[in-house]
Ligand binder design. Sequence first.
Ligand code: NAG
Length: 362
Amino acid sequence: MPSRPVLYAQLFLCTVNVGWVTVSFVFVEHFTFRRLLFRHMWIWPFHSDSIIDSGVGDVLLNPWRELSWTEKGRGSLRKNLVSFKPACQSLNQVRVLLMGPPGSGKSSFINSVRSVMFGRVLLLPFIGTATKGFIKKLKSYDIRSERGGKPTALTLCDVLALGDGETTGLTLPDALAVIKGHAPEGHKFQSDAPIKAETSGYRPNPSVNDQIHCAVFVLNACQVMTTSEDLTETLRTLQAEISDLDIPQVVLLTHVDQVCHAVQEDVKFVYSSRILQEKMQKAAEVVGLPVSYVLPVKNYSSELSVSCNTDILLLSAVHHILQAVDDTFEDYCPPTPADASPVTGICSASPVQCQSSPVFNV
Ligand SMILES: *[C@@H]1O[C@H](CO)[C@@H](O)[C@H](O)[C@H]1NC(C)=O
């Protein structure tokens, strides 16, 4: 006997504010209805700050950040990453350091970005889950444009998770040593052995390519509201120290699908979810950066195939990180050897100009 499909239905009180008119009604929610409702939200012919309170999470009518949720949008974001070359020519690779407490999702972000590029969810042994998410080494991951393809200009660096206090996790001096490029690849973090000149592989004079070009604070949307005072203090101190180094910083807010039903259904609602807006504001406040520096993402650990909108969210976060690096390093770019080489004559530099120059026209 075939079993009957079970219909999950829930009753919700729905309130719609249209200017000064408030309409309330009760509806039976099931998936089809919800989709229908969301679809209508986008085509309602008025602009206001009206909110639909569906009881499962407030969804704003107008997203507060625009993103193109289309295949084309994904294609162009992907192309941006593959063809990205830092504006500062002495930078070969953009090294992005991920820092966050255990369970914030640093490693799954790395795997998710790789999944986006490979076009399928990677079934790698999960980086770092073996001992409850503790990466003890400095490890850099090149992001390739496809499986076995050329590396993109992006390198994601993972380190020991941040602790709650001074004694556990990544210490401030170690974090700064990594950011300045003193720590060698594979350096093993030990709380009783801070990185110093005697550390094996220590780089006393790191080049611009050894250093970190963007510091990313990774926070879990499920936990951000209850961030401990100790962690807040750690994050703010790091933020202030990194600001002094003139290195761009952003906040990556992970697990956004777990705090809002609408987002769980489709991540394209990230910028329409009021709950998520609050979490992003809190994340900004915890680190001490403006909300515009907070980038929401969702990982690829439960699905088996990539989805367009999750890709877009991940790629858009990467895009903002690379943008932040370009904006900053344009001003602090050291000259490349090519820039310093003597000019060998205007003709070789610009033949078009030479031909039209009066000397050749005589
Ligand atoms: C990936 O995201 C899901 C949903 O937000 C979460 O349940 C899971 O723990 C995450 N996986 C990792 C390894 O962070």
